[in-house]
Design a protein around this ligand. Structure first.
Ligand code: PGA
Length: 248
């Protein structure tokens, strides 16, 4: 795996956008896997800037988001559909019909999860998956203990994730207790993966994910099994790494 350490969030966004843009170059059709949370915001800002400057075209891009809360309407300000529309899709030349976020309101959630997997397969699989990492090591909403071969499904959120995400809601009780998430197995099928992390609070879990054993108790450690993973970390998030060689 490749580990790139950068000075700050702005540089993280620029480096990540450059890696993705290079992979997109000369492709007629491209499937991008996307993430929510605070971490990818600098990447989305950069993708928007590149699109405005005609350096990056989204006309033939199809996207699949990792996850969505169960029970939130798509226009709820904390829904991940709303997040993606307002932080990326509304600002680039992507057709909304080409953007997919798992639905959090399905009458038959199991069927809907299978349908999401089918949609990804019909699109030819994900070319590049963007990930953040939870302070408990989750990727998507695959919480510790998730099977490393899990598929898209409904999951219960852990107390630590509810506490982490409470900052986006008026009170912790408002954070949904369940979510739909792509599985770790689904994520590992992407051709390439880029994981972004920032902040001293992530340093310990980032080191475990990169240098610790592959274990379901740190879901991001499953990325060690993938041959095409790039980590882009700010200096503080990379501070606990000891073994793996990093580059700037
Ligand atoms: P954050 O969330 O970017 O808001 O820290 C990351 C995650 O939970 O995957």
């Amino acid at each position: 795996m490749k580990v790139i350490v950068v000075k700050d969030e702005e540089e993280m966004g620029k480096r990540a956008a450059a890696v993705i843009a290079e992979d997109m170059e000369d492709r007629e059709f491209y499937v991008l896997g996307l993430a929510t949370g605070s971490t990818p915001l600098s990447l989305y800002k950069q993708l928007i800037a590149m699109n405005k400057e005609d350096e990056l075209d989204f006309a033939s891009v199809v996207t699949f988001n990792l996850d969505e809360y169960v029970g939130l309407e798509p226009d709820h300000p904390q829904s991940y559909r709303y997040f993606m529309d307002t932080n990326l899709f509304d600002h680039v030349n992507i057709a909304k019909a080409n953007t997919h976020v798992p639905g959090g309101l399905a009458e038959d959630p199991e069927l809907q999860c299978m349908f999401y997997e089918d949609l990804i397969e019909d699109a030819g699989g994900i070319d590049f998956q963007v990930l953040g990492i939870g302070s408990n090591g989750h990727i998507g909403f695959n919480e510790p203990g998730s099977s490393l071969s899990s598929r898209t499904r409904v999951v219960d959120l852990t107390e630590s994730t509810i506490a982490d995400n409470a900052r986006f809601f008026d009170k912790a009780e408002d954070v949904p207790r369940q979510a739909v998430t792509m599985g770790i197995g689904t994520i590992l099928e992407s051709s390439r993966v880029i994981l972004l992390a920032t902040g001293a609070g992530k340093a310990d879990v980032v080191a475990k994910a990169i240098e610790g054993p592959v274990t379901a108790s740190v879901p991001a450690s499953a990325l060690q099994l993938h041959p095409g993973v790039t980590f882009v970390l700010t200096e503080d998030a990379a501070a606990d790494l000891k073994i793996v060689r990093t580059s700037r």
